[in-house]
Each structure stands twice: as C-alpha cells, then as structure tokens.
Design a protein around this ligand. Structure first.
Ligand code: FES
Length: 136
C-alpha cells in the first residue's frame, strides 16, 4: 500500500464515521413518533392506521407492525420471520407478509402460508382505548 492509497483509505474511513455520526440524529428525528407509556407499551392513534393499512413500530427493540384488518380490527405482529429472523414486509394489496430472505409468506394474522418458516409470526398484545391503540 502506497502513501496515496493509505490516505484515500483513511479519508474514506473518517468520512464514513462522520457521515454515520451525523445521520443517526437525522434518522432519529425523521422516524415516526411513538408514544411510550410508563410500562413500556406503545400508544398510537387509530387515525394513524387507516383501514387496510399497516403502521410499523418498534416495541421493546422488536420491529413490529399494527394492521387495521377489514372485518377483524387491529392486529399487532412481530415482523421478525420465524425462520431465520429476517424482517417480513406487509403487502397491503395481497394482505400477506412476505419474507425477503427465503420467500416465506404469512397471512394477515401471521400464520404461515408457504415457505420454510416453522411457526406463525408472534402476536403482540393490543388494546383499543378510545382513539388510541395500546400495544404491548
Ligand atoms: S428468514 Fe424468512 S423465510 Fe427464511
């Protein structure tokens, strides 16, 4: 490694570190607001989850989603795939969760439809109180 490539590598590492340091507060600021209650639960407004839509949350460090299912009301599920832990994506057009890693699919209630996942997505406790949905 000559001097020029060493300095390029050093500049890249320093630049990446500075970029990561600056982007964290920006991402944190732009992330959707979640109201944590004293007991670690999360409260979101019902109006934030229109019929047929999903709202991603993080509950106790677990990526999750709240869905307003036609005819079934609100459902909260972990987004962690039960196969190898990738994050599933909700497809509102098909009402299914699709795992990008090995194409596992789950229905809107988290039950396995196809692919390698051995069990359903974890259901999270949820309560509707007035205009709010309390998850956890
Ligand atoms: S991790 Fe989801 S199907 Fe493999």
């Amino acid at each position: 490694m000559n001097r020029r490539s060493f300095l390029k590598s050093l500049a890249f590492i320093l630049g990446s570190t500075v970029a990561a340091s600056l982007s964290y507060p920006i991402v944190k600021f732009l992330a959707p607001q979640q109201n944590k209650t004293r007991d670690g639960k999360i409260s979101i407004k019902k109006s934030d989850v229109p019929l047929g839509e999903g709202r991603e949350i993080v509950l106790g460090g677990i990526p999750a989603i709240v869905i307003n299912v036609k005819g079934a009301g609100y459902i909260a599920l972990s987004r962690v795939c039960t196969h190898l832990g990738c994050l599933v994506e909700y497809d509102k057009n098909t009402n299914r969760f699709i795992c990008p890693c090995h194409a596992g699919t789950f229905n809107v209630e988290g039950n396995v439809i196809s692919g390698p996942p051995p069990k359903p997505l974890e259901k999270l406790p949820l309560n509707v109180q007035g205009d709010n949905i309390i998850i956890g």
